[in-house]
Ligand binder design. Structure first.
Ligand code: TXD
Length: 325
């Protein structure tokens, strides 16, 4: 009987729900490696692993997939992507998930530390900016190997809405989003461009108006809630695609610059907090944080976003003090 041992990397997925299932499928179809889906609902994990594995004959990928509720299947994973937690329902804010999801993240952080201590960990669970910091502290893994996925998704939404407005491909739009994953996020028009043409120049040359750009920025801020209100739960296709891009940058040492929830200390005036900033991802994990010059209004908005993340961290701290987490 041939061994399942091979030289492929292993991607561990903690949570095999809406996003987790798409993560597993994308990881396979991009031939990133073998996939292990860990979920407290063993049937969900095993069923999705089997279903995706059955598509190999059609899709032509090569990957071993396994699923289950034993965290040991995460053993020696090079990448771990965490979606374990409750998603939002209509009317809920991301912040409403703090207590429930912090408890879940506490429980899985120890599994990750034990089974895959050298992994690059991408946290998706909301409220993202707080959960990624909680995960890093509970797992006690290096800051550069624990990152949050939100900015890639928010920037992708920004690029899509700009593409609709301007009638151009998302591929020719570069967009920047800073700050927390929430209403306080800071889409930066000044650092965004269309085929290299900065957005302010796009307005000056009359291609569109500032009012329409501002409307796109507002729609980007509310992009998550728009999906929740349409389908009754959080988005999952674009979040999964975004996290896989980050995982691929690590596995293939691509030196990609993504907006990520990265640990900031001594940059952007932040002293020890996870917040959305441009970061370079390669084989070392978060290899560099790119500190851009911010104008006065941009700095004010970014600081408001940092303050919102810090305030939510204080809510988490209070819950821990009360022994609730
Ligand atoms: O950009 C972003 N970061 C956000 C994140 C974008 C969209 C969704 N965002 C958040 O991701 C969302 O608010 C949730 O907190 C997570 C996961 O969303 P998803 O839609 O995938 O949630 P599901 O479908 O409920 O899947 C969660 C799975 C589910 O199968 C549970 O059984 C499992 O997590 N789960 C666990 N697995 C392992 N261990 C524990 N303790 C556990 N608890 C739940």
């Amino acid at each position: 009987m041939p061994s399942n041992k091979n030289s492929r990397p292993k991607i561990g997925l903690v949570g095999g729900g809406n996003i987790g299932g798409i993560l597993a499928q994308l990881a396979c179809e991009k031939n990133l490696g073998d996939v292990a889906v860990f979920d407290i609902n063993a049937g969900t994990a095993q069923g999705k692993a089997l279903d995706i594995a059955s598509s190999a004959a059609v899709e032509g990928f090569h990957a071993n997939l396994e699923g289950g509720d034993n965290p040991a299947i995460l053993k020696d994973a090079q990448v771990v992507i965490v979606t374990a937690g409750l998603p939002r329902k209509p009317g809920m804010s991301r912040d409403d998930l703090v207590e429930s999801n912090a408890k879940i993240v506490s429980s899985i952080a120890r599994h990750i530390k034990e089974q895959a201590p050298d992994a690059f960990v991408v946290c998706i669970t909301n409220p993202l900016d707080v959960m990624v910091g909680h995960l890093q502290r509970e797992a006690n893994m290096p800051h550069e190997k624990v990152v949050g996925m939100a900015g890639v998704l928010d920037s992708a939404r920004f690029r899509h809405f700009l593409a609709l407005l301007l009638g151009v491909s998302e591929q020719d739009i570069s967009a920047f989003v800073l700050g927390g994953h929430g209403d306080s996020m800071v889409p930066l028009a000044r650092y965004s461009s269309v085929a290299g043409i900065p957005l302010p120049e796009i307005v000056r040359m009359g291609w569109t108006t500032q009012e329409k750009i501002d409307a796109v920025i507002e729609r980007t801020r509310k992009g998550g809630a728009e999906v929740v209100n349409l389908m009754g739960t959080s988005a999952y296709f674009a979040p999964a695609a975004s996290a896989i891009a980050m995982a691929q940058a690590y596995l293939h040492d691509e030196k990609r610059i993504f907006p990520c929830a990265a640990y900031c200390k001594g940059v952007y005036g932040v002293d020890g907090l996870y917040v959305g900033v441009p970061a370079l991802i390669g084989a070392g994990g978060i290899e560099k944080i790119v500190e851009i010059e911010l104008g006065e209004q941009e700095r004010t908005l970014f600081q408001q976003s940092i303050d919102a993340v810090a305030a939510l961290n204080e809510v988490l701290g209070a819950l821990q003090q009360q022994g609730k987490i």
